[in-house]
Design a protein around this ligand. Structure first.
Ligand code: EPU
Length: 440
């Protein structure tokens, strides 16, 4: 007999209206936890969300000897790195998130050798680690790729001139984490400048790192001999903020999101604005509403472009906009697996393997679709939805909120890994989600 699965029962209830407070970003908090490994005293990270990714990362840090204290009441994480004594992250952490590869630099700095299991995360493309390996080798690490993970050795990493083949967020973060304690100067060219990357660089600067940021995607880092622990209150999650703003728009309501600054959402706000959304923006909150939403042609890109993690909520919204919309994905090669379920709900979305956008497509020849054309508005009907990945899963919840009739959503562990208390957040804006066991 099949084991019952954890599921959400979503009962649409008209326009979603109300307030949501977001915490620090999923893609910022775990990197700060890794950076804390570099200090010679404890660090404190505040405004931490309650997400599965923090528990996974905390356990990996503990596995190498760090002391990690999750202070739920204060929404803070305290990390004591001085007890770190092992360079081996156990294989059972394989495939859970993208963090192990970022731990190599800190482990090399402290212990001189490292083993980390293969990185995981969502199945949104091949997600190779060749840029990371290139960074580590350029800085003097001896790398062996084994079936179960990556082994690295280095007496001391040294500075290097690194030109990334693509402005990869993770590879830029990896280079920063290696360079700050390396011997000599490191230049990172074609670096990612996503707000989460800049926030990490600023945290490292607080720890004592010598980092310069140039306007042309260039970081220059002078390695130092020691870093101290630091404190930081994380900036709000711009993916969650966008997603909840869309939750209001897709249901004809108005959601106000607190806790994320406007400058982290410039392109997202402009995109929704052009489609007919009207905003009220203060120093601490953003709200969006619309009487009539029209179609748009959007392509994802690195910052400051329209980020790939905003793509699936926007495609869900396109199903309720008037006209033909186009979404062209340029960052990952497999980011539309959530679309067939939306079509089964009644959406009219056609996927294309040919690029329907201006940006050079790195995935030419891939059999995965890279563009979507969406005809709207369409009436959606609630049904059973299986979440394929974290951001695709949120698109399913949005579609379920805008549909007629109940939906059952399975695979919700993806959502619980990356969103802070999503069921409670939706309840606050009027969407009833019940946690149930699904036997179907
Ligand atoms: N890439 C390579 N080789 C590498 C590294 C990356 O080819 O060694 C490619 C990737 O396959 C992808 C592109 O470069 O096609 C960009 O990948 P990037 O390294 O920038 O992504 P990441 O660091 O693995 C982070 C976020 C993603 C977010 C991207 C882009 C984390 C944990 N993840 O991934 O977030 O989409 O940057 O902004 O920070 C999510 O939260 O749902 C998520 C997937």
């Amino acid at each position: 007999m099949q084991q019952p699965q954890k599921a959400w029962r979503v009962e649409p209830n008209g326009p979603l209206v109300g307030n949501v407070a977001v915490r620090g970003s999923k893609n910022g908090v775990t990197k700060h936890m890794v950076a804390a490994m570099l200090g010679n005293s404890p660090s404190r990270i505040e405004n931490a969300p309650e997400i599965g990714d923090i528990d996974i990362t905390a356990q990996m840090l503990e596995a190498v000897g760090c002391e990690v204290h999750l202070d739920a009441e204060a929404s803070a994480i305290d990390i004591e790195p001085r007890s770190m004594g092992r360079g081996h992250v156990p294989v059972h952490f394989s495939g859970l998130n993208r963090i192990p590869i970022l731990m190599v630099g800190p482990l090399l700095h402290h212990i001189g050798e490292a083993f980390v299991p293969m990185v995981g995360g969502d199945d949104i493309g091949a997600r190779p680690i060749d840029f990371h390996v290139g960074v580590l080798e350029a800085m003097g690490a001896d790398i062996q790729i084994l079936p179960e993970g990556l082994e690295a050795k280095a007496a001391r990493l040294h500075g290097a001139h690194i030109e990334l083949p693509y402005p990869s967020v993770g590879a830029t973060e990896n280079a920063l984490l290696c360079a700050v304690l390396a011997k000599g100067q490191t230049i990172i060219d074609n670096a990612a400048v996503e707000p989460e990357v800049i926030e990490l660089a600023l945290f490292l600067q607080r720890m004592g790192a010598v980092i310069e940021m140039r306007p042309d995607r260039r970081f220059i880092i002078e390695g130092v001999d020691e870093l101290e622990g630091a404190e930081h209150k994380l900036q709000g999650d711009r993916l969650e903020t966008f997603s909840y703003l869309v939750a209001g728009l897709i249901t004809g309501g108005e959601v106000t999101v607190h806790g994320c600054r406007q400058d982290r959402l410039v392109t997202a706000i402009s995109t929704l604005h052009r489609m007919g959304a009207r905003f009220t923006i203060t120093d601490t909150s953003i709200s969006a509403r619309a009487d009539h939403l029209t179609s748009a042609a959007v392509e994802t890109n690195t910052h400051p472009g329209f980020m790939t993690d905003w793509q699936s909520p926007l495609v869900a919204l396109f199903t309720q906009c008037h006209g033909l919309s186009v979404m062209h994905e340029t960052v990952y090669e497999n980011r539309f697996p959530y679309v067939p379920a939306l079509n089964e709900m009644g959406a009219e979305i056609e996927l294309f393997t040919q690029p329907l956008g201006g940006t050079y497509n790195r995935f030419t020849g891939s059999t995965h679709p890279c563009s979507a054309v969406v005809k709207g508005p369409t009436r959606l009907q609630g049904r059973h939805l299986e979440v394929p990945d974290i951001r695709g899963g949120f698109a399913h919840v949005l579609a379920a909120a805008a549909a007629d009739g109940q939906s059952i959503i399975t695979g919700v562990h993806h959502l619980e890994r990356g969103y802070h208390r999503p069921v409670e957040a939706f309840a606050a804006i009027g969407l009833s989600i019940e946690r149930v066991d699904y036997e179907g």
